[in-house]
Ligand binder design. Structure first.
Ligand code: 13P
Length: 344
């Protein structure tokens, strides 16, 4: 790899986890965005999806707290009402455009209840096109469930292998890979189970990244926090989540990785912010600890919009507010009292 490209990758990775900033995940697949729109009674048409994403991307001041935005294949080809292509609009506003490139989690052969993420065939060509369209980073998500006897080591290693193949190809194309092994928070498992599975998954992932010659400096990790399953009788508090998550990451993620960005995974907006804040209060850490939230950044905006274009301003205020709170959580300076106060 040319030295210049290597430098570019590192610079992009660092910019994505710049002080006080994190990533907006707006890369919902057709199926997922339909689910989100169903929740507000809005039909998932191409125009509605475009209008909703335009609302988010054009929020005044969002770039103070949002370093980059992950787009979906349809979205990276769309444009704002004034015809400016979304990637160009984002770059002009100081937010780096990124793209989800996996093709989703599919049943893993011979492993009941487990999946492997697909999308490697033709990936080199797709990456070249996304770079041309303006993307500077990529994302690939693997999905790991905790359950009776699950996950299997087979599932973890197969997904780790695919994540590393994706990461190597991305770096070859000059794109910073965000590797995302998501250990689902659904289920009745304890926080200790979440720790054990996340620990093992990350160990497998960094073994594969090493073996497949991925430059850790030019990559980011997107992962789940270590938490109690949603249906567990006993729910770990914010301090326990922060401490166990940090311990797990310190054991598995090389210090050369510039940043770790969390997914929200269905946590409440407040939990997602408070837990990130608690972790950053315990810093400094070897890597930046930041966010790459989908739902936890968008939920109040989606609700405020409700498909009504006369509510755009209200929705943008709601989005700005969550972005600001999470921006503060980057330095541990958020306080839960803000949730009930008139902070804009
Ligand atoms: P959530 O924050 O809604 O989990 O989405 C983040 C994401 O991009 C999952 O791949």
């Amino acid at each position: 790899m040319a030295t210049m490209t290597q430098t570019d990758l590192e610079a992009t990775a660092k910019a994505l986890v710049a002080e006080g900033k994190g990533i907006l995940a707006a890369d919902e697949s057709d199926g997922t965005i339909k689910k989100r729109f169903d929740s507000i009674g809005v039909e998932s048409t191409e125009e509605n999806r475009r209008a909703y994403r335009e609302l988010l991307f054009t929020t005044e001041g969002a770039e103070e707290f949002i370093s980059g935005v992950i787009l979906y294949d349809e979205t990276i080809r769309q444009a704002a009402s004034d015809s400016m292509p979304f990637p160009e609009l984002l770059a002009e506003r100081g937010m780096i455009p990124g793209i989800k490139v996996d093709k989703g989690a599919k049943d893993l052969a011979g492993a009941e209840g487990e999946t492997v993420t697909e999308g490697l065939d033709g990936l080199r060509e797709r990456l070249a096109e996304y770079y041309e369209l303006g993307a500077r980073f990529t994302k690939w998500r693997a999905v790991i469930s905790i359950g009776d006897g699950l996950p299997s080591d087979y599932c973890l290693w197969t997904n780790a292998h695919a994540l590393a193949r994706f990461a190597a190809l991305s770096q070859e194309a000059g794109l910073v890979p965000i590797v995302e092994p998501e250990v689902l928070m659904d289920g009745g498992h304890s926080i200790e189970d979440s720790y054990r599975v996340t620990d093992r998954m990350l160990q497998a992932l960094y073994t594969e990244l090493f073996d497949q010659r991925v430059t850790r400096e030019g990559s980011l990790l997107k992962t789940n926090m270590v938490v109690s399953g949603y249906d567990a009788g006993e729910q770990a508090d914010v301090d326990t989540v922060a401490e166990m998550t940090i311990r797990c990451l310190r054991n598995t993620v090389p210090a050369a990785v510039p940043g770790i960005v969390f997914l929200s995974g269905g946590m409440s907006d407040e939990d997602a912010t408070a837990r990130l804040n608690a972790m950053n209060q315990r810093g400094p850490h070897p890597w930046e600890l930041s966010f790459s939230y989908g739902r936890a950044l968008q939920a109040p905006a989606l609700k405020a919009w409700g498909g009504d274009q006369s509510k755009v301003e209200e929705a943008q205020k709601a989005f700005y507010r969550r972005a600001k709170f999470n921006g503060a959580a980057r330095s541990g300076s958020y306080t839960p009292e803000w949730e009930t106060a008139e902070v804009a």
